[in-house]
Design a protein around this ligand. Structure first.
Ligand SMILES: Cc1cc2nc3c(=O)[nH]c(=O)nc-3n(C[C@H](O)[C@H](O)[C@H](O)COP(=O)(O)OP(=O)(O)OC[C@H]3O[C@@H](n4cnc5c(N)ncnc54)[C@H](O)[C@@H]3O)c2cc1C
Length: 650
């Protein structure tokens, strides 16, 4: 008999369980000792905390029903695939799965059903037994060192000795930054509220008073969840106008919502697609073959790929291609010459880029259209010349900067009305683009190209082709945030609701480059939000940090993670710069593809694995569900961990 503990039973823990059961059931009877798999989570196994089924049914997923699966399929290339349905196969909703955003509760139910399916399979087999523990693990003792049993202490006071542990703890709390501590400090004054970053479903919104302004620090997904909880969640309702827009009927219990962010605008909303978003755009330049060519050339010189130098030019070519192909389809009058020139130019740039970078060019020197840093930038002169030649008006040109920061440089003479009108126009336009979808809107075609590129980039990272320093400073440094602004917004429904709430004067805006300051003083403590572009400070006695806690193990405020770090049982990953300086990363230090954790003295723990969000030092896009039929990396990883445990036991 062997005891395995999966600590944390959200979606990732569930996939490790699925693989352990699938692989062990496929073993010949005598080959493997019976597995006792302890699934430990204070929340119901499968759904876990984020996807608990008792949360408000009006909280929506930010991905469509087509984008989730628990079960590895043929695309993953793992043994014993197809043990259960994807969410789309499971769902009885008559809509096309790519076209709607299910509720969190619905995904939670799918996860719970998947758990039951896996548990029944385990029950019917001789190979495994699942034992549930509804508790938190608070620390792990190793009385006999890393080669002996690990003794887990649970929040219910029990102790559990196991042979293997898999950490799947996902979203954990983080310590407050100095700035946030100053907000928390102010909230000690009577009448002042500060709600720090946390899961929206568990944020104590009942502390926010009707009719009073509430400043939100953040204008992303958490804001939209909170917007829902504070409007329809307080008895208001939306009805549809004859033209399809929404009208809000207040209950009178809503506060006045003041979302704010550095860019001043929310993440752009998701487009409506009929099929899976990944099928919406076929990449032409950022493709495995081109990446392989570049990687091989780098490897020949003992180096790895740099994102900025090698990969971004390919992605940029795809983004441009997406924009202009779609523009040509929807607005042919935008072109004064045949757009085939653009296609030729992009193909030429990319061929030269690969030729030069892969050292196979006759010309030598720098690739056409690249800056000294190797970046094929928006302003690269040759490309601008192509655009000038082909476009009827420069206003049709793709301006990535404007796409991401549309408010930059805008002046608001009348702070009140101008800003509101500008925002309404922005929101209506983006909503219309979302409804047109990637095939009907150039901006949403860029979404589809970036979505596909980020997905492929995940594989490049996992395959170890990217230089770790470039991953940290370039991918994490700017690309991730750039993609998020364009790709990671809410479902379009939330933009329609925001428009209606703005029209009902229940939402106000601050402007770009927001700064939030505290003003103290007995009985008059409050927060002030200002923007350098808008001459109108907004004051409120309530501030909500509309974000999830930083995904950084060094800032964790979590009993288990902190005890593991304090005792040196795990350590944060670092990357060393060319100057020999160690830069700490956000995730845990892990070894090899099975993600065994590394202790403070550099020893690889043979029987402890990390999975989930704490792998952020070596992986990209961890906070997203496994996609069906898309060679989902997290399912392959779950299989690798399960296989490593089984190999150890056979
Ligand atoms: C609010 C929110 C909305 C999201 N929406 C989407 C979306 O629409 N689409 C999408 O693809 N992704 C979404 N995500 C991303 C999300 O990260 C993944 O979908 C997924 O939940 C990650 O799974 P996980 O198992 O790694 O982590 P989690 O879902 O966080 O699960 C971890 C589990 O570990 C448990 N745990 C933690 N510590 C311990 C301990 N010490 N002992 C025992 N148990 C412990 C927790 O209770 C929890 O149940 C969202 C994330 C959040 C926070």
């Amino acid at each position: 008999m062997a005891d395995i503990a999966i600590i944390g039973m959200g979606p990732r823990g569930l996939t490790v369980l699925e693989r352990l059961v699938a692989l062990s059931c496929a073993q010949p009877d005598e080959a493997l000792p019976r597995l006792h798999i302890h699934v430990i989570d204070p929340f119901p196994p499968g759904a876990g905390r984020v996807w608990r089924t008792d949360q408000s049914p009006s909280l929506l997923m930010n991905t469509t029903a087509a984008e989730q699966t628990v079960f590895a399929d043929d695309s993953c290339g793992v043994p014993n695939p197809n043990q259960g349905p994807s969410m789309a196969e499971w769902s009885s909703d008559p809509r096309s799965p790519g076209s709607y955003f299910p509720s969190r509760v619905e995904y939670g139910r799918y996860l719970r059903d998947s758990y039951q399916r896996i548990a029944s399979r385990a029950e019917g087999s001789q190979a495994t037994r699942i034992i549930e523990h509804q508790a938190r693990v608070t620390d792990i003792a190793e009385p006999g060192g890393t080669d002996s049993q690990q003794v887990l202490r649970l929040s219910d006071g029990s102790r559990l000795a196991v042979d293997f542990t898999v950490l799947c703890v996902g979203h954990i709390e983080a310590r407050l930054t100095d700035e946030r501590r100053s907000y928390a400090e102010l909230s000690r004054e009577p009448g002042v509220e500060y709600l720090p970053p946390w899961l929206p479903a568990e944020t104590p919104v009942n502390r926010l008073k009707p009719g009073e302004p509430v400043i939100f620090r953040g204008f992303g997904l958490n804001y939209f969840d909170l917007q829902d909880l504070l409007t329809t969640g307080r008895g208001g309702r939306f009805t549809q106008n004859p033209d399809g827009t929404l009208k809000y009927h207040p209950s009178g219990l809503e506060p006045v919502l003041v979302p704010s962010s550095r860019r001043g605008v929310p993440y752009r909303c998701k487009p409506i697609t009929q099929a899976h978003p990944l099928s919406e755009w076929q990449l032409r330049y950022f493709i495995p073959e081109n990446i392989r060519n570049l990687a091989q050339a780098q490897a020949a010189e003992g180096q790895k790929l740099s994102f900025n130098d090698h990969l971004w030019p390919l992605i940029l070519a795809d983004i441009r291609s997406a924009w202009y192909r779609t523009l040509y389809r929807v607005r042919p009058e935008a072109f004064s010459a045949d757009p085939v020139h653009m296609h030729d130019a992009l193909t030429h740039f990319v061929t030269e880029h690969i030729g030069v970078r892969a050292g196979r060019t006759e010309k030598g020197g720098r690739a056409a259209g690249t800056s000294p840093a190797g970046l094929l930038t928006q302003a690269s002169p040759n490309w601008v010349a192509v655009e000038q030649r082909v476009l009827a008006d420069p206003g049709f040109a793709l301006d990535l900067h404007r796409l991401l920061r549309p408010m930059e440089g805008v002046e608001f003479a009348e702070p009140d009305s101008d800003l509101r009108e500008w925002m309404l126009k922005f929101l209506r336009r983006d909503l219309a683009a979302a409804q047109a979808g990637p095939s009907g809107s150039p901006g949403k075609a860029v979404f589809a190209a970036l979505w596909a590129a980020r997905n492929l980039l995940k594989t490049v990272v996992v395959d170890g082709l990217l230089d770790p320093l470039s991953f940290t400073s370039e991918v994490r440094g700017w690309f991730e945030g750039f993609v998020s602004g364009i790709c990671d917004g809410p479902p379009p429904q939330r933009f329609a609701e925001l428009i209606a709430l703005t029209e009902a004067r229940l939402v106000d805006f601050v402007g770009p480059g927001v700064q939030i300051k505290t003003v103290g003083g007995p009985g008059r403590g409050h927060f002030v939000a200002t923007s350098p572009a808008v001459d109108r400070p907004i004051r409120a006695t309530a501030l909500v940090d509309a974000s999830t806690p930083a995904n950084n193990v060094r800032f964790a405020d979590d009993e288990l993670m902190n005890s593991l770090l304090d005792r040196g049982q795990v350590r944060p990953a670092v990357v060393t710069s060319p100057a020999g300086v160690d830069m700490p990363l956000t995730g845990l230090d892990v070894d090899g593809p099975s993600y065994r954790t590394v202790t403070a003295d550099g020893t690889v723990h043979p029987r402890r694995f990390a999975f989930s969000i704490q792998l952020s030092a070596v992986q990209l896009g961890l906070a997203i569900a496994a996609n069906p039929n898309a060679r989902a990396q997290s399912l392959i990883d779950a299989n690798t961990i399960a296989q490593a445990i089984i190999d150890d036991l056979t």
